[in-house]
Design a protein around this ligand. Structure first.
Ligand code: ZN
Length: 370
């Protein structure tokens, strides 16, 4: 095992148009570049992982064990960066070297194994995939279709015998987009193996826009009293009593509001609608829900799903389930399949069992896009 893995992470990512360099952007929970480093370490195929980076980011890599990691300063262009890395490891007399773009976090360890295995009988091994899109090209204002069967896309990691790659790199003075180009320019043989469709390159901020999921829990209970209308999930339900409270006492909506506030870490319903405030007296709970939903929209947060337990002896939940779900779906502007309503009786026990109160609990899952 005389293999070295070089990660090119010194690029400025000009097409990425963000202040922070692309390779340090959060991607599925960790920095983009960490995906490649961690996978290369886990593969146990390499003597050292060589990370080519800008000098000012050196401190970031202190968290990795020194014996496996080698930091190299990036050069002006890609070819300079990779050459810096090759020069740095030359003294170790490496047999094989793999070069990889830090902007491709999704390759598999299996691909690393295939590449190193194929190097036994080849001097250059490059993973390729076919294009899913039709490609056109232009010569002197005339457009041509590229024959799909004859064309393919090259990815990284690309694997080479160190000696051959070093000799080609040292002579190279034109810019290159990948190391395979060096072999192609000299008409040297390359072994192409199957690449991976998921191993795409993160180029634009849109490629990396992350989404985060949050959960919140809500609970509410109100006493049932005579001469009041019963509101559940924003609609009137025929019943002998209604729910006591400063508002219409809609336990479902109150629990939903609290679960949303929980998920976005914004305290609780009482903070926004204190029960000692006159102006909220007899307020319909639908009016309390509205500003909470507006706030979600403003923050680019969407509802994944809502699961509701309505805890009461009566009314029978099965009788009103679809009505309540349809009402919630209308109020919250979400599809009704995102809402589940379960009815739960309490074996006639306690206040709820004696039809003196209704309780509700809700779990809501939200998704936030950057
Ligand atoms: Zn309440």
């Amino acid at each position: 095992m005389n293999n070295y893995f070089i990660i090119l992470g010194a690029g400025k990512g000009q097409r990425f148009s963000q202040k922070k360099p692309k390779q340090f952007f959060d991607f599925n929970g960790k920095a983009l570049i960490d995906h490649s480093i961690d996978k290369a370490l886990k593969a146990k195929l390499f003597k050292k992982i060589v990370i080519v980076i800008s000098k000012k980011h050196k401190n970031y890599f202190k968290k990795y064990k020194k014996d496996k990691i080698l930091l190299v300063n990036g050069g002006k262009e890609r070819k300079d960066s990779s050459l810096n890395a090759l020069k740095k490891i030359k003294k170790f007399k490496p047999k094989n070297v793999l070069l990889h773009d830090a902007a491709r976090p999704n390759f598999s360890i299996n691909l690393l194994k295939n590449l190193t295995k194929s190097l036994k009988n080849n001097k250059a091994v490059v993973p390729i995939i076919t294009s899913k899109d039709s490609i056109k090209y232009k010569i002197n204002n005339q457009i041509f279709n590229l024959e799909k069967e004859k064309s393919f896309l090259t990815q990284t990691p690309q694997a080479f015998r160190f000696k051959e790659l070093y000799n080609l790199s040292i002579k190279q003075n034109k810019n290159i987009t990948d190391e395979a180009s060096l072999f192609i320019n000299q008409n040297y043989k390359i072994k192409f193996i199957s690449g991976e469709n998921q191993n795409n390159k993160i180029t634009y901020i849109d490629d990396i826009k992350s989404q985060k999921t949050y959960f919140g829990i809500g609970f509410d209970i109100h006493k049932l009293i005579k001469n009041k209308k019963l509101f559940l999930g924003g609609i009137k339900i025929p019943f002998h009593s209604g729910l006591q409270g400063h508002s219409d006492g809609d336990v479902i909506l109150h629990s939903i509001i609290d679960s949303i506030l929980g998920a976005i870490q914004k305290k609780d319903i009482g903070t926004y609608f204190p029960s000692n405030k006159r102006k909220f007296k007899n307020i319909r709970s639908t009016k309390m829900l509205k500003p909470i939903l507006d706030n979600l929209k403003k923050k680019n947060i969407y509802i994944n799903n809502i699961d509701i337990n309505l805890i009461c002896e009566k009314p029978k939940v099965s009788k009103y389930r679809s009505k309540i779900i349809n009402s919630l779906s209308r109020l919250m502007k979400i599809n009704n399949y995102k809402i589940n309503l379960k009815g739960k009786t309490v074996e006639k026990l306690g206040l709820i069992g004696k039809e003196k109160a209704i309780a509700c609990e809700v779990i809501t899952s939200l998704i936030k896009y950057d």
